[in-house]
Design a protein around this ligand. Structure first.
Ligand code: KG4
Ligand code: ZN
Length: 360
């Protein structure tokens, strides 16, 4: 059995083919960074329009490429939600069209289940029961997985997702888009001791997160440094209009990026340890865009090891949005290893821009 996976929930156009015997056969991705960069964030309408232009040629290359040689897939999996409605509709309608043309089923997949399953595509794959930390641009959650397909959310962000906090902090520091990799790169030269930022919601019990206050603290620190720079230059006060980030010297940007990264990583590590202790699970999977963060991976490996547990990551390219995770989730569901969830009826298609993992 071969499954084509299609991912268009946000700003990456991605597709992949998963084969029962060969595993992940091929995956392709087209990024829209150039389109959204001038706006400092994803513009939903532009995302959808670009998926329309890019998706079919990308699938065409994948299907005809050397790994698949034109073979017709036995099923099509597409991201049905959560995500941007217009962007999701492009993937769903292409999936519905191809499914009708090829006379194969199309299955709607939950984007976060895709992220959760991505570590299973690696050679060193985990096994349920396990705990999952899903950290992306739209979500931050800890999920208890008694068995694949049975998901219980133990805690999640009450406001900004961790990736969103990275993106907003990057903007405050005058760094590029997407913010996560830019903040991580700047943080590499930073002094962790110069600024002290809070570890939100770690002092009280529970497994929920809150990252919006951290961004406010970064904003306040930027203003303080900018005011000091202006005073030193004899201009006095925070004074005139303009972008405070423009007044930051390179070292201050690095130091703030480092303090921010350390605060997010610490918070995630504390909550993962707490969740492992509370549930008694011995395996943790970490996935979603922020899961590509090198500092988080290193810190979690040590912290989880101390609890005699194991942590599993997908390679960084499969942490961020990709088609492979959707193809694999589709394979599990099309082959009956997991019950099929949302799927279209009568050749129609369905999207669910808001969809809880617990509703699968
Ligand atoms: O999973 P993903 O590709 O898309 C969503 O489903 O949201 O995650 C994207 C998020 C962005 O906020 C991006 O800034 C963040 O993941 N990200 C990172 C890194 N790479 C991507 N955050 C921290 N460190 C990274 N290396
Ligand atoms: Zn994602």
């Amino acid at each position: 059995m071969r499954v084509l996976g299609i991912e268009t929930s946000c700003d990456d156009t991605a597709a992949a083919i998963y084969d029962r015997d060969a595993g992940l056969l091929a995956h392709r991705l087209a990024t829209q960074i150039d389109i959204h960069e001038p706006f400092g964030g994803v513009v939903p309408e532009l995302a959808a329009r670009d998926h329309i232009k890019t998706l079919l040629p990308l699938i065409d290359h994948l299907i005809k490429g050397p790994e698949n040689r034109g073979a017709r897939p036995h099923a099509i999996a597409y991201t049905a939600g959560p995500g941007l409605a217009g962007a999701l509709l492009v993937g769903a309608s292409v999936a519905a069209g191809l499914a009708r043309a090829w006379q194969v089923p199309a299955l709607g997949i939950h984007h976060m289940e895709g992220h959760l399953l991505a570590p299973f595509l690696e050679d060193e794959a985990p096994a349920a029961p396990l705990l999952a930390l899903l950290v992306s641009g739209g979500h931050t959650m800890l999920v208890d997985v008694a068995a694949l397909g049975a998901y219980r959310i133990l805690g999640q962000s009450l406001d900004d997702a961790a990736g969103e906090a990275f993106d907003k902090t990057a903007k405050l520091l005058g760094l590029g888009f997407p913010g996560g990799p830019a903040v991580a790169a700047a943080a590499a030269d930073g002094d962790p001791g110069r600024f002290s930022l809070p570890r939100p919601m770690t002092q009280r019990p529970g497994l929920d997160f809150s990252f919006s206050g951290l961004k406010t603290q970064v904003r306040a620190s930027v203003a303080t440094v900018a005011a000091a720079a202006a005073a030193a230059a004899g201009r006095g006060g925070t004074g005139g209009p303009g972008d405070p980030a423009a007044a930051l010297d390179r070292q201050s940007v690095a130091d703030l990026a480092r303090a921010f990264e350390e605060a997010v990583v610490d918070t995630l590590v504390i909550k993962c340890r707490r969740a492992l202790r509370q549930t008694g699970r011995r395996r943790l999977v970490v996935s979603g865009g922020v899961g590509a963060n090198a500092r988080l991976r290193e810190r979690l490996r040590t912290a989880v090891g101390e609890l005699d547990a194991q942590v599993f990551y997908p390679r960084p390219a499969l942490c961020t949005d990709n088609g492979a995770m959707i193809a694999y989730a589709g394979f599990l569901r099309a082959s009956g290893r997991l019950p099929a969830p949302a799927g279209p009826e009568d050749g129609g298609f369905e999207i669910r821009p808001r969809w809880s993992l617990e509703e699968i």
